[in-house]
Design a protein around this ligand. Structure first.
Ligand code: WT7
Length: 667
């Protein structure tokens, strides 16, 4: 693995100065069609934020208009105070009210294909989707769910996931969606944290031709907690499941008599819309809270401008490949896209089923115009080879997006050439679960882009690179990325943990929101993200807390102590390396016993946290390199995992021979 690829953010970007102006053909019809226009709009949004955001909000439906745009008492923001709205109403009813009930809102493609290679495709118009949402909302009500009750959803990428979330939004029950790749332990922890009494799940979810046993995972989780009283199960894969009497019920049974009429609950702007868990630098995942009005306004506005969505263009077909279990899916498959009146495509399964060209096949068949994916996926496609792409006609594409981690310039160029045919602008969007929506991104018809840079602040966003005192650093100087003014979709807190909210985001740089990303700003005013400044590892674009993995390892009977670090990985951006001290006698390095134990520990972490967190390397060791004051020298562990020469200063080490042994032992 070359250093250039993984640390795109630090190495290659230094020489990266290619500048691609927005394609003229695209700029011509874009919502924002020149850099001057963007700069004017942005300046005004910073000078008069309340007027700016009020104008955006006016384009949406409110049961009751707000009295005050912003109430800001750092770190607490209230947006559109006194206003009442509903996310589901704005996603569905508003379109129907305007005569667009028969327009396609959601296109679903299942993973399995029939003997002729044809997949299951289901299309929902706004009217059809609303009916489904209302029916399920009535089911939830009949099960006793009331406004304010947290509903846990653990499903695969099927329309019923979107339907369940919109049903929650419709009746004002905050959802807590758990990514379908998470394990029983993760479900249990989240259910307990959110004090959720009801879980919506499915029997299974198709992944590479096999059902992921979702219901089984829920059953295992509910062995560990007594909180959940009801489980609703959607039948997708018809895999074997056990239904527990008095607790578990089939979705289709409950829906039999459900009415498809359910008025949307007027929600106060600041009513909780959902909780979504994200990993932090300390052990426990954080339940990020998003509220209703501001989240709706911000995600709808950013969807429109970042993807230049065109509701009047009958060919518009938007596809985001993220899972709805992550914030990207919440904001840019469902809540931000549906109010924009363009079809949103949802794909159930893996990118290599039945073959490595599945995504390109989907783009060709559905004539996708706007495509949003992650750098780790792009690097995987590069590795699989261009022949899978060359088979397909991708000429429908007009815009490409990326999100989740810094994109290395090589992958950016490949994306532009091979997928975008050199005619599509690329929007590299920087944001977080906590920010709710896009924060830094090019405007596709306006901003000249450089491979690897996420360019400029979104309208309404006041971003800067500062030192720890909050003073702006010079051009091209590294510093801390901060957001200096509140924005509508900002997190309102960490569920049940006020202190952690303040410490994590508001104390690193006093008075400013600190996302814990390093950054620099270049001479063109473009931002470059240089990597996390906390103990979070971005693995394939997913946040993995080193402490979480360490705790999972230590929960294994044979493990006494563990230290976890990230290291550069060709496809995933970063890999996870674990250094483990055993409670039991250490098997000889490289022996079968050692290998078996390493494998077992990897599986153990997978079971505790889910497959995404599985370490790529497990190194058994007698001791960890510590300073004389007892601090683990993680920098050294990173170098060893990456296979780098140990060039950094080791003079503060208590015992240098530990490092030598680890290097000699190999990965
Ligand atoms: C962290 C947030 C936003 C949805 C997916 C991840 C990193 C995200 C970029 C980008 C460089 C990026 C940051 C951020 N990140 N997008 N375009 N360029 N870094 O959401 O799990 O909350 O992770 O992902 O480090 O803080 P998340």
């Amino acid at each position: 693995m070359s250093a250039t690829e993984s640390s795109a953010s630090t190495t290659s970007m230094l020489q990266e100065n290619r500048l691609f102006p927005p394609p003229a053909e695209f700029a011509k019809d874009a919502h924002i069609s020149s850099l001057e226009q963007y700069e004017q709009l942005h300046q005004r949004s910073i000078d008069e934020p309340e007027a700016f955001w009020a104008e955006v909000a006016e384009g949406l439906h409110w049961f009751k208009k707000w009295e005050k745009v912003l109430d800001w008492d750092l770190p607490d923001a209230k947006w559109f105070v006194g206003g009442q709205t509903n996310l589901a109403y704005n996603c569905l009813d508003r379109q129907i009210d305007d005569g667009l009930g028969d327009k396609v809102a959601l296109v679903f493609e299942g993973e399995l294909v029939d003997d002729n290679g044809q997949p299951e495709v289901v299309k929902y118009t706004y009217a059809e989707l609303k009916r489904e949402v209302c029916r399920f909302a009535n089911v939830l009500k009949a099960q006793g769910v009331r406004k304010g009750d947290v509903v846990t959803i653990y499903m695969g990428m099927i329309p019923q996931l979107a339907i369940a979330m919109l049903a929650c939004a419709r009746i004002g029950a905050p959802h807590a969606i758990i990514f379908g790749g998470f394990s029983a332990q993760a479900i249990c922890d989240r259910v307990e944290d959110g004090k959720s009494k009801i879980v919506v799940t499915a029997d299974g979810s198709w992944r590479r031709g096999k059902p992921v046993p979702l219901k089984k995972n829920v059953d295992d989780a509910l062995e560990m907690t007594k909180l959940v009283e009801k489980v609703i199960v959607y039948q997708r894969c018809k895999n074997d499941v056990t239904m527990k009497d008095g607790r578990d019920q089939w979705w289709h049974d409950l829906e039999k008599d459900a009415s498809d009429d359910c008025p949307a609950e007027p929600m106060d702007s600041e009513d909780l819309a959902f909780i979504l868990y994200t990993s932090g630098s300390t052990g426990k995942p954080k339940g990020i809270m998003h509220t209703t009005g501001g989240y709706l306004v911000h995600t709808t506005m950013t969807s429109k401008y970042t993807f230049d969505l065109k509701p009047d263009d009958p060919d518009e077909m938007y596809w985001c490949t993220a899972d709805i279990g992550w914030i990207t899916g919440h904001s840019y498959i469902v809540y931000g896209i549906l109010p924009n009146r363009v079809p949103t495509l949802m794909y159930e399964g893996g990118p290599n089923f039945p073959a490595e060209d599945r995504f390109w096949d989907i783009i060709e068949r559905h004539k996708v115009t706007k495509f949003y994916t992650a750098p780790t996926a792009i690097r995987t496609f590069m590795k699989w080879g261009d022949e899978h792409i060359d088979k397909h006609d991708l000429s429908s594409l007009k815009l490409l997006g990326t999100v989740g981690e810094p994109i290395n310039p090589e992958a950016w160029m490949w994306y532009r050439e091979k997928i975008g045919g050199n005619r599509c602008p690329i929007v590299d969007t920087w944001w977080q679960t906590e920010t709710g929506g896009h924060m830094l991104t090019p405007m596709p018809g306006a901003t000249p882009t450089t491979p690897g840079s996420c360019c400029r602040p979104m309208l309404g966003i006041d971003a800067a690179v500062v030192n720890s005192e909050g003073e702006e650093v010079g051009t091209n100087e590294g510093g801390i990325l901060v957001i200096r003014k509140p924005w509508p979709s900002m997190l309102r807190g960490i569920y049940g943990d006020r202190q952690r909210f303040i410490e994590t985001y508001w104390e690193k740089v006093p008075g400013m929101y600190c996302p814990a990303d390093g950054a620099r700003k270049d001479e063109n005013g473009n931002f470059w993200i240089t990597g996390r400044i906390d103990d979070v590892i971005l693995v394939a674009g997913h946040n993995i807390g080193t402490m979480e993995v360490e705790s999972a390892l230590v929960s294994h009977d044979s493990v006494a102590e563990a230290a976890v670090v990230g290291f550069p990985h060709e496809v995933k951006g970063n890999g996870v390396a674990a250094y483990v001290i055993l409670r039991v006698p250490m098997p000889a390095p490289g022996s079968d016993d050692a290998k078996a134990l390493q494998k077992e520990l990897i599986q153990h972490v997978g079971k505790e946290l889910g497959p995404v967190a599985k370490p790529d390397q497990v190194r058994l060791t007698e001791a960890l390199p510590k300073t004389r004051s007892g601090k683990i020298m993680r920098r050294l562990l990173r170098d060893i995992a990456a296979g780098n020469d140990i060039t950094s200063d080791t003079s503060t080490l208590e015992d240098r021979t530990i490092v030598d042994k680890l290097v000699a032992q190999g990965g």
